[in-house]
Design a protein around this ligand. Structure first.
Ligand SMILES: Cc1ncc(COP(=O)(O)O)c(C=O)c1O
Length: 338
């Protein structure tokens, strides 16, 4: 086991043993290769650098209570990267190549998977980069696929802590027929300014509304939104929301708990009617929302500083599967052979 201060790990890059790479050229992908090199050499006129023809993924591997290392739903991340590649006209990595690269990167960096008990994990970052050199705005037929990893700390060091979020219409994250439904780097570039403003004002996240009407809830920072009321798990549906794999898993767990699941447009006016609300994603699983403040209208909705019962149960059920404390009855994890 590496000599790392697991307890105080944050969400930062830590150098590990190897990363995986494959190259697409002349219509075919190369074999995966593994290297300790952290750098890529790139021509200054490479498409991704100028036109943002690039996408990525984020997923985690966990060391469980039984000592086994499990990767969570990597096949779903593979499918989502394929969808991103299609929309950006990039060569698609096969599901097999994607999952093999993730598996091998965990296996060959097994010493960097945090021990059980710290709430920490090994974060995997697959990236697909348009690597064609040129000046014109056109599809990149050449691409580089990389999977690297980094140990990351518990999102909540001292138990779940509800967050404050702000509605700010100064910047939309994604257009209705844009790239909001895929994991393109440009979506994050276009939410930096509002994110920074929110932090300056003392909020954890921006709640983005639909760009066309500013009437419906889209996302909560780099996470999906859900609300709970009257036995219903309600989450927004829109063509510009990234389909979160955590949200997909929570919907299954919610149904399993006997809740009714609704995925539909959620008007911002509905916020006040929820008993509980949260942001969900790989980073935190669930960040319960304490309060939402609308910068434009001055309206404020409070859910309280205690974690809601339903949010807590969903969180525990998902983490129990990830950390091997409960049976993986949906077949969501792959155990890495050591
Ligand atoms: C914009 C956005 N929405 C939602 C999510 C949550 O997706 P997932 O649960 O697959 O991590 C992410 C990534 O974590 C994201 O970047």
């Amino acid at each position: 086991m590496k000599n790392i201060d697991w307890k105080n790990l944050g969400f930062d890059y830590v150098k590990t043993n190897v990363n995986a790479r494959a190259y697409h050229k002349d219509g075919a992908w190369s074999e995966l290769e593994y290297t300790a090199d952290e750098y890529i050499k790139m021509h200054m006129s490479t498409t991704c650098l100028h036109y943002g023809i690039e996408c990525f993924e984020g997923l985690k591997a966990f060391r469980g209570a039984d000592g086994k290392v499990r990767i969570f739903r990597m096949d779903e991340n593979a499918k989502r990267m394929q969808a991103s590649a299609r929309k950006l006209c990039l060569p698609e990595p096969s599901i097999e190549m994607f999952t093999k690269a993730c598996y091998e990167v965990v296996k060959q960096n097994i010493d960097f998977v945090p021990p059980y008990g710290y709430g920490a994990s090994l974060y995997l970052r697959p990236v697909l980069i348009g690597s064609k050199v040129g000046l014109g705005v056109k599809a990149s037929k050449e691409a580089m696929f990389i999977v690297f990893c980094s140990p990351v700390g518990a999102y909540f060091k001292e138990g779940m802590k509800p967050i404050k979020v702000v509605i700010d219409r100064m910047q939309d994250r994604a257009a209705p027929r844009g790239t909001g439904d895929i994991k393109a780097g440009g979506n994050y570039a276009s939410s930096i300014l509002s994110g920074e403003k929110a932090h300056t004002l003392g909020y954890s996240n921006v709640m983005y509304l639909d760009a066309a009407e500013h009437k419906y809830i889209e996302e909560c920072g780099a996470a999906n939104f859900f609300g709970h009321k009257q036995g219903k798990y309600i989450t927004p549906q829109s063509p510009s929301i990234l389909p979160s794999i955590t949200n997909m898993s929570l919907r299954t767990l919610a149904e399993d708990m006997g809740l009714q699941v609704e995925q539909r447009p959620v008007p911002v006016d509905e916020l006040a009617s929820f008993d509980e609300a949260g942001a969900c994603g790989t980073a935190a699983v669930i960040s319960p929302i304490e309060m939402v403040y609308d910068l434009d209208t001055g309206e404020r909705v409070d859910y309280g500083s205690e974690v809601g019962k339903v949010s807590l149960e969903l969180y525990n059920r998902l983490q129990d599967i990830q950390y091997g404390r409960a049976e993986d009855k949906f077949g969501w994890t792959v155990v890495v052979e050591e």
